[in-house]
Design a protein around this ligand. Sequence first.
Ligand SMILES: [Mn+2]
Length: 331
Amino acid sequence: MPNLKEAAALLARANDVTLLGHVRPDADALGSALALGRALQQRGVKVRVSVGEPEEMPETLRSLDAGGLFVTASELPETEQLLVALDTPTPGRLGKLAPRVDAVRSAGGDVLVIDHHASNVFYGTHHVVDDTAEATAVLVFALLEELGTEIDEPIARCLYAGLVTDTSGFRRARPSTHLMAAKLLEAGVDPDKVVREIVDDHPFAWLPMLSDVLAGARLEPDEARGFGLAHAVVTLDAARSVRAEEVEAVIDVVRSTREAGVAVVLKEAEPTGPRQRWTVSLRSAGGVDVSAAAGELGGGGHRQAAGCTAEGTADEVLGKLREALSRAPLL
Ligand SMILES: [Mn+2]
């Protein structure tokens, strides 16, 4: 893997490190940061983990932070010698913490980027970027092996969480990644507990919300280059009774539609101006590249899982998505 030794050497000589995941972090971003953070802390490094948004760690991911490494963005020091950005393809995905990248670099510090997005723009001084890796956790695991880290249960739990979610329950995992998972289980991970806490744990209020949202779902069999498009809209009103985790989980129901090769969920965001704002999740069953369609609207991601933000009415945004999907490359 490119630059693995160099990155391991950089980490081995560090004594003060800030690790960041992307805004609204998922289990891969935060799990990868917390796993590497814990490993560095055990080497005597001063360590903190944070994200640009939200201020608090997402409730479903709290069990990953056994050592209490997470700090809010406002608790971060002015700067650090080494900034590590994980699962974050562009500085913009760090949200309000994006300026730290340039601040560290212009102060002569190092920025290590560890990521598996094909859209990574190589904004660090050092990079462990491999878009064939199923998760950033896979790259962190390789780094920890290079560093000779003993993988304890909390580290393994964090990496397993990133792995099981980014591979959609090992559906997209190479043999070598299953071997990695085996090592994590040997380190003591309880897979049922991890998946239940992070993926399968929703308050009852999710069911009526889901019922409302799915009642408005539509199937357009001719869209997405004939693979079919299923879409649903989560308004701010519908989202009010649940957490962000429940809103994010809607796409996993919509994408199970047999007749649709592409699933889209529009999630209304708090308005910042006169127009409605949306964050959009796109999933592909393998026929078309949804990261290209998301990219047309200024977003990005992976070929089978991508996202973007858009302004306008839900119909206007869906119109733009239909057009972008009609041009998306076949896989
Ligand atoms: Mn990831």
